[in-house]
Write a protein that binds this ligand. Structure first.
Ligand SMILES: Cc1ncc(COP(=O)(O)O)c(C=O)c1O
Length: 517
């Protein structure tokens, strides 16, 4: 669910006229035996997509305009949306709650236009940056937070926190199976494509790693975790919990799961540091990991908390001493929290994106529901399974029946909402189907609808990955996106979206395309 610049050369349609490329970056080509390769030129897109003739046709739009028969993709999508009305209503209540949380924090810390001006150079004394840290700490239920545009990604924020907390001889314990793909090189359990064997991973610094595998249903092995001798070693310093599923067919952990894990681990060792990879978790429930006892959590601002408009950055939030240690890795010991400029309009975008985030997350959750409902009806395996989602919602429906009026949804507890995974996974079973699906998604994107995504090498990932993300911000999967590593069982992970009707249009196109594969 992330991408970066691809290093692989990318095939290109030789018929494409040169004027399709930006003026100052005319691409250069070289020929290999079978293909014409783009070797440099139009930066990011050219690195990961195959350019195609722009009048290649947009199936999705044609379907939308013409085909409304009862078995048409359009009818299927809108019938599904109708069935989801109660779910959408419940998600609106979640938005209502989280929106209130953000608003209150902004009011409490008296955010005003003077916080938007940003800074240059060292960024010393940046009022806005300090205020943003305060409100994110408040929203995250944490003692302190550091939101920094200098975090290049979620992986970078997580790595900074881990390097900040761990010392040579310590053990890092992942309690929810293998962490997300890009952390393998950080931990040192996989060598990167550069084959540098002393790149400065945790392992290179003498930090040990162990993981507790998930059970066959993808759940935490609670029995193993509850046994102190099986779970912990004397040198286990940090327990890492990945909240969202990553590129794995496993459930997103609920806040209730995290609370349970925290209480078990702290009963074994009150000093253990519990770090939560919160990527894609923010605002999907009413509470965040630090509300239930996690010591530090980390995430990306081009995912949930950036509200789809923040152009980069990430955050760490938690115990003040741990946040300081994480930021000392980002900047330098001594420089710490008080530096890091925020040039231009970025600071205003960060406040505004945070304000929009609960709403954007809610729309993405609705889109995910729609993806699951529609593609299940088309006979595809979706994850979380539809039955699971419906069971959870049935509990909710009972409340709805009891009082159908719109009541302010308060107070909330962690269990007030059913599981809302930000990610909806579709098991497609073959690389060709993954590519066909991603092509259909890309065709319905506002940006780059005319390019074909192709699998490619991406920094941090061992497998080739395909990304359909015609987004305004490079790699902003909080905008509508679908992607996945090309490996069995060939799963595409769908996420994001600024309004669920964007997914409606995408699904109309994707269903049409998939029926032809
Ligand atoms: C659970 C999880 N953790 C970490 C990451 C890495 O985040 P980033 O792509 O911002 O480095 C991802 C990316 O999709 C993820 O899904």
């Amino acid at each position: 669910m992330k991408h970066g610049l691809l290093r692989s050369s990318t095939s290109i349609n030789p018929n494409i006229p040169n004027y399709c490329f930006p003026k100052h970056s005319k691409p250069q080509f070289h020929y290999s035996k079978h293909r014409l390769h783009l070797v440099c030129g139009e930066g990011r897109s050219s690195n990961r997509t195959r350019w195609t003739n722009s009048n290649n046709g947009n199936t999705a739009l044609l379907l939308n305009d013409k085909d409304a028969s009862s078995s048409s993709p359009q009818a299927l999508v809108w019938e599904a949306a109708q069935r989801l009305t109660p779910n959408f209503h419940a998600i609106d209540q979640l938005i209502y709650h989280n929106q209130g949380k953000v608003q209150r924090a902004m009011q409490q810390f008296k955010i005003g236009p003077h916080h938007f001006s940003g800074s240059t150079g060292y960024g010393h004394g940046d009022l806005g940056r300090a205020a943003l840290d305060d409100i994110v700490a408040d929203i995250m239920g944490a003692e302190a937070a550091a939101v920094r545009i200098q975090f290049v990604s979620g992986t970078h924020a997580i790595a900074s926190a881990l390097f900040g907390c761990l010392r040579p001889g310590d053990e890092l314990l992942a309690i929810a199976g293998k962490p997300y793909d890009t952390l393998e090189e950080v931990i040192g359990i996989r060598q990167g494509s550069s084959n540098d064997n002393d790149i400065g991973s945790l392992a290179d610094f003498g930090i040990n790693y162990r993981q507790l595998d998930l059970d066959s249903d993808g759940n935490i092995e609670w029995d193993v975790l509850s046994s102190k001798s099986k779970a912990l070693q004397p040198n286990t310093k940090v327990a890492l919990i990945q909240r969202s599923c990553g590129y794995a067919l496993r459930p997103t952990l609920t806040i209730a799961d995290i609370q349970k894990a925290v209480s078990i681990l702290k009963s074994h060792n009150p000093n253990i540091i519990i770090a939560v990879d919160n990527c894609y978790g923010e605002f999907t429930e009413t509470l965040e990991p630090c509300n239930v006892g996690a010591d530090i959590c980390m995430g990306s601002f081009i995912k949930n908390p950036g509200g789809t408009i923040v152009t980069g950055g990430g955050y760490v939030a938690g115990r003040a001493d741990l946040v300081r240690r994480a930021v000392a890795r980002l900047t330098a010991p001594g420089v710490g929290m008080d530096a890091g400029c925020v040039p231009g309009e970025t600071m205003r975008l960060m406040f505004q994106g945070l304000f929009l985030a609960p709403q954007m997350v809610g729309e993405a959750l609705k889109g995910g529901r729609l993806v699951a409902e529609v593609l299940s009806a088309e006979g595809m395996s979706v994850y979380p399974p539809l039955q699971k989602i419906r069971d959870d919602d049935d509990d909710d429906d009972e409340d709805d029946d009891a009082d159908s009026s719109i009541t302010p949804p308060s107070p909330f507890s962690p269990s007030s909402f059913p599981l809302y995974s930000f990610i909806t996974a579709i098991e497609l079973g073959s690389a060709d189907k993954m590519i066909a699906f991603c092509e259909a998604v890309q065709r319905c994107s506002p940006i780059g609808s005319y390019v074909l995504p192709v699998p490619g090498v991406t920094p941090g990932y061992s497998d080739e990955v395909i990304f359909a993300d015609g987004t305004f911000i490079d790699g902003s999967t909080a905008e509508l996106s679908a992607d996945g590593p090309i490996r069995p069982p060939y799963v595409v992970y769908c996420q994001g979206g600024t309004h669920w009707t964007h997914w409606a249009r995408v699904l109309e196109g994707a269903v049409g395309a998939m029926r032809k594969t």
